[in-house]
Design a protein around this ligand. Structure first.
Ligand code: GLN
Ligand code: ZN
Length: 747
């Protein structure tokens, strides 16, 4: 039985690649030095994979930024505005990823999007009328050579042409057929060239196959591969991940692929599909080790899945690239009792090898694993579990109904028309971050730290009053991160030291781990929220992170459902909401920045698999508050046109969302679908230091008022301001409040 993986974390054990690349950005490393660094890192990783006992090793899964971007550079899919600048290859590559501003020109970065249902992001390729695709890059071949020089015959990995087309943007008027033809020719050349170099296999990643495809899309997939797979001699592995390929299965198994990679972890129907029949002339790459989560594999269950399969036709692999999990547990300081339950990327290599030996008849490794899963991992929280069991429809229902509350709150708050507010955080200056770090390292006393935070809050409250904002915020200076801050105050959460996962480019995230039953240990935000409210007569908004976002930005448990885990978190946040209310906080914002993150890839599963429990979980958090308490929520994007009814069913009183970059297109849809929640479409983009003028904001406001009834509109920026500098923040918000004053006068 052989083993392989789909891809390995490229960032390195200690995020070496990040730091080296950032040194290149700042001019401390030349492009050659960066290349040399990357070469060493790749070697190290290949060697590590080999030494772990993995039989077939991929290459070209490495990337300085993103493999989709690598593919566009390999195939000369470079937009004209970038191509025409006289940039070096390295400059062009990073210009596409991050924009370029220098002697050779000034261009913006290509847009970036979430990679399927992960928190990894890819740079969106763009096909233009003038795009001329050919094999113009050599990274793919170079890496193959590099490994070969080390005596490792790798399987080069490349995103497949179908998924590439699916993920790309097309300039209007671009001839899709021409593009497709050119792509097929170029991929054909790549296959030939790799064959000539001596490669036995190539892996083409086609994750788009796990989405709901139309008949036309499936036909396009089929047509592409029928043309590509003619008498080529290299073996092609069609690799899918992030789900099962359902309707595409028939098509896939009837095409002349030498191997087919299927996801047995997220693909709920994969086992069923394979049981219906798998072609005898192909190899099944069975993705049985979870590439997305950090728990140990349950060996017994895994071998059950595979026991009826012809083992000579089987290669064991991961469910997706290991890029989505941290590097290794070796550097973590968890006690062994805890650590033994985790498998990060490096440990997953050993799991694959273990599974192969077990399937080959050596049961030794199975025993340890069985013992591990037989253990009680943690003490269950019976009280929380009981509460969850006893939840009824009432717990999810806020009373009175929206309209009645709306009237009550109009009276109770008596806000002016177009009430103004911000999304929560104010600039986290170096000073703020340093002070928090010092406190954490216990170099600063509780007293001194509290004094510092209080002083920040006071300054910003005064300033907010001065410019005339209607609903104030305390500024979130005490928080590092909107999930970690809450997780640290919840039982059942664990934090790794070095569990970094690439999010985009050189940016990583360190998701906390939901280890056991979650419960609130003590009040989390009450102290600073009430402190702030006591300083002013204006309303200060309490600020919480919602349960769905907390779940989606953590590594979830696998022993209970996502739903149950989210409900536990929801009950904890509910306690916090009620505590805030009890302490005089009258407006409470519950952020759901990541609500969309785990939306299933198949639209047909959106409600039944996700929204049907995640939206009620949000309601559970605020259902028990008084009618006079106003609940806000916030989302960092406006792409919810397709789930507008679900957003309304969150039953918040007010929702703010990002809108400035999307031309307020969402507003037509809200109107068309009778959206009832009051809305605060962001009136300026906070992702850029640019200061919007008063007139510009006035125009945006009048555009909003053309579509949304005046009494439903709030005025706020797109998102929190923590990443911004103080000068632009103050200038922008001053202009925002001034614009509102003028609009109010003109009404
Ligand atoms: N309240 C948070 C803040 O202002 C919201 C952040 C977010 O939506 N990502 O920072
Ligand atoms: Zn946001």
């Amino acid at each position: 039985m052989r083993t392989t993986i789909i891809g390995f974390p490229r960032i390195g054990e200690n995020r070496e690649l990040k730091f080296a690349t950032e040194k290149y950005f700042s001019g401390e490393l030349s492009s050659e030095e960066l290349e040399d660094f990357a070469k060493d890192l790749r070697q190290k990783h290949w060697q590590l994979i080999k030494e772990s006992g993995i039989d077939e090793i991929p290459s070209n899964d490495f990337s300085f930024y993103d493999t989709t971007l690598d593919t566009t550079c390999l195939l000369n899919i470079v937009p004209q505005e970038v191509a025409k600048l006289n940039l070096t290859d390295t400059e062009r590559y990073f210009a596409l990823a991050r924009g370029y501003q220098g002697q050779k020109g000034d261009i913006k970065a290509r847009p970036m999007k979430k990679w399927f249902n992960t928190n990894y992001h890819y740079i969106v390729p763009k096909f233009e009328k003038e795009t001329n695709i050919f094999v113009s890059g050599d990274k793919l071949f170079k890496e193959y050579y590099e490994a070969k020089a080390l005596g490792i015959d790798t399987r080069p990995v490349l995103i497949g042409p179908f998924t590439l087309l699916q993920l790309s943007e097309f300039e209007p008027g671009t001839d899709r057929k021409k593009i497709t033809d050119q792509l097929i020719t170029a991929y054909g050349e790549i296959l030939d060239k790799l064959k000539d170099l001596g490669a036995e296999w190539i892996q083409l990643d086609e994750p788009s196959l796990v989405k709901d495809l139309t008949t036309e899309e499936l036909a396009e997939f089929k047509a592409i591969y029928e043309r590509l797979l003619t008498d080529q001699e290299i073996k092609v592995l069609l690799q899918t991940y992030f789900g099962d390929i359902r309707d595409a299965y028939e098509t896939v198994i009837n095409l002349p692929f030498a191997g087919i990679g299927l996801d047995f972890v997220e693909g709920r129907k994969t086992a069923e599909l394979v049981a219906q029949g798998f072609p005898k002339d192909k190899i099944l790459f069975a993705g049985v080790v979870n590439g997305k989560n950090i728990w140990r594999n349950h060996y017994q269950q895994t071998i059950e899945t595979l026991k009826d399969f012809d083992q000579k036709k089987l290669i064991l692999t991961t469910s997706c690239s290991l890029l989505h999990v941290p590097f290794t547990t070796e550097n973590e300081v968890f006690p062994d009792e805890i650590k033994q339950h985790f498998a990060f990327a490096k440990e997953k290599l050993t799991e694959l090898v273990d599974l192969a030996t077990i399937l080959a008849g050596n049961r030794e490794a199975l025993k340890d694993n069985q013992a591990l899963f037989a253990k009680t991992r943690f003490t269950e929280n019976q009280a929380v579990q009981k509460k969850i069991r006893e939840l009824t429809e009432q717990d999810y229902t806020r009373k009175p109904a929206f309209q009645e509350r709306e009237a009550i709150q109009k009276q109770a708050f008596d806000f002016p028309v177009l009430p103004t507010t911000t999304i929560g955080s104010f600039p986290q200056t170096r000073e703020v971050k340093l002070t928090r770090a010092k406190y954490k390292r216990q170099e600063l006393s509780q007293e001194a730290y509290d004094q510092f935070i209080a002083q920040q809050i006071n300054e910003w409250l005064n300033w907010q009053e001065k410019i005339g904002l209607d609903v104030l915020v305390h500024g979130e200076f005490e928080r590092n991160d909107m999930v970690e801050y809450f997780g640290q105050n919840l039982s059942g959460y664990l934090f790794s030291k070095n569990g970094w996962v690439q999010s985009y480019g050189t940016r990583g995230v360190k998701p906390p781990i939901i280890w056991g039953d979650v419960a609130r240990e003590k009040p989390i935000t009450v102290k600073w929220s009430t402190y702030a409210q006591e300083q002013t007569d204006k309303i200060v908004k309490g600020m919480l992170t919602g349960p769905v976002t907390i779940l989606n930005w953590s590594f979830p448990r696998e022993d209970i459902s996502l739903k149950d885990s989210t409900l536990q978190i929801a009950l904890a946040i509910q306690e916090e909401v009620l505590d805030l209310e009890k302490n005089g906080i009258r407006v409470i914002q519950i952020d759901e920045a990541a609500l969309r993150e785990k939306l299933p890839l198949r639209k047909t599963d959106w409600y039944s698999e996700y929204l049907d429990w995640s939206i009620p979980a949000f309601r559970l958090v605020h259902s028990k508050v008084q009618p006079t308490t106003q609940v806000h929520t916030h989302m960092c994007y406006s792409e919810f046109t397709d789930i507008i009814p679900a957003i309304d069913q969150m039953d918040a009183d007010v929702i703010s969302f990002e809108a400035s970059r999307s031309n307020l297109a969402i507003l037509d849809e809200l109107k068309a679908q009778n959206f009832r929640t009051a809305v605060g479409p962001g009136v300026y983009d906070i992702h850029s230091p640019r200061v919007p003028s008063v007139n510009e904001i006035k125009e945006t406001i009048s555009k909003i008022l053309a579509k949304v009834p005046l009494e439903k509109v709030w005025i706020n920026p797109d998102c929190g301001l923590k990443t911004r500098g103080i000068p632009e923040t103050k200038a922008s918000l001053t202009n925002m409040t001034e614009a509102v004053k003028q609009v109010r006068k003109d009404l």
